[in-house]
Design a protein around this ligand. Structure first.
Ligand SMILES: CC(C)(COP(=O)(O)OP(=O)(O)OC[C@H]1O[C@@H](n2cnc3c(N)ncnc32)[C@H](O)[C@@H]1OP(=O)(O)O)[C@@H](O)C(=O)NCCC(=O)NCCS
Length: 150
């Protein structure tokens, strides 16, 4: 697996991955192109050979960075791509001057919560009823990862 920086020119690829990973909340290519726009926005692709299997989309504003979305195709999961994408975002955000990386994760998303815990994130807030589910609503946890330690 290899990682590849992506920007607005790769928005179609990132959009296809985002839609496959989040079928209930698909984002269009134009929105992704805007979000991945430098200087604050950037994206990273995970490739298996030539095939894109995962992505991360992030933005930096002054000292704070945020992971806007991250996903790995179901067939590519549990092989380390998610962890490498988080690491690549941390490195990219640090390079852009960020000292902390934030994200929101649904309280019922066990896989993502385990990934972020393994990557050194801690909970700093909770937004009740933030995400819609077919059978109701679920809270978002706000997680923070310290980037200043190196
Ligand atoms: C969350 C997601 C990105 C993880 O990607 P991944 O490539 O499978 O993650 P990794 O293989 O790097 O896993 C790293 C660690 O995270 C944890 N983890 C990942 N998936 C897990 C699962 N299903 N159950 C429990 N722990 C899990 C484990 O600690 C794992 O380490 P291990 O495999 O050595 O035990 C992937 O499941 C996904 O795309 N989900 C749908 C989209 C989504 O929910 N994105 C996050 C929104 S906040």
């Amino acid at each position: 697996m290899a990682l590849h920086p992506a920007g607005p020119l790769e928005a179609a690829v990132v959009a296809a991955l985002q839609q496959a990973c989040f079928p209930d909340d698909p984002w269009d290519e134009a929105s992704i192109a805007t979000l991945a726009c430098p200087p604050g926005g950037f994206a990273v692709l995970a490739l298996n050979g030539e095939e894109p299997i995962g992505f991360a989309l992030a933005r930096v504003a002054a000292e704070d960075a945020e992971i806007l979305a991250i996903g790995v195709l179901p067939s590519g999961r549990r092989a380390g791509a998610g962890r490498r994408l988080v690491d690549a975002v941390s490195t990219g955000a640090r390079r852009l001057g960020a000292t902390a990386l934030f994200l929101e994760v649904a309280e019922d998303n066990e896989a993502a919560r385990s990934l972020y815990k393994a990557c050194g994130f801690f909970s700093v807030g909770r937004r009740p009823g933030y995400y819609k589910r077919r059978d109701g609503r679920v809270a978002a946890l706000v997680l923070r990862h310290d980037l200043s330690a190196g």
